[in-house]
Ligand binder design. Structure first.
Ligand SMILES: [Zn+2]
Length: 109
């Protein structure tokens, strides 16, 4: 296991993890649970981290993350998931937490 990324937010950590897994790299997010303790512990200790399970994937993961970070920044408002009410970055089309679509229509009566 190797830490490949330290994120500013849980949403970003999950975004990285999802991209890595899309490229067949097994990854895991650590520290996300500590966010609820923010204020009690120094900020740096509650930043979520992305770890790759297989060290051999580390270099590829690092390269992918550089591409993600160097990618175009999508302007816009953060949005809250209708399904699980998590906050998502404007650049996401689906919820990082439950994979619901941003414009999912729940008006099924
Ligand atoms: Zn959701």
């Amino acid at each position: 296991m190797k830490r490949v990324y330290t994120a500013d937010s849980v949403a970003m950590a999950w975004h990285i993890k999802n991209v890595l897994e899309f490229h067949d790299i097994d990854a895991t997010v650590r520290n996300e649970g500590l966010l609820s303790l923010a204020g009690e512990v120094p900020f740096v200790e509650c930043q979520p981290e992305v770890w790759v399970l297989n060290d051999l994937s580390y270099l590829l993961a690092e390269k992918l993350i550089k591409e993600i970070e160097g990618g175009p920044v999508v302007e816009g408002e953060d949005w809250n998931c209708r399904n699980c009410h998590e906050s998502n970055l404007a650049s996401y089309a689906i919820c990082w937490n439950c994979q619901s679509s941003i414009d999912e229509d729940e008006e099924s009566s």
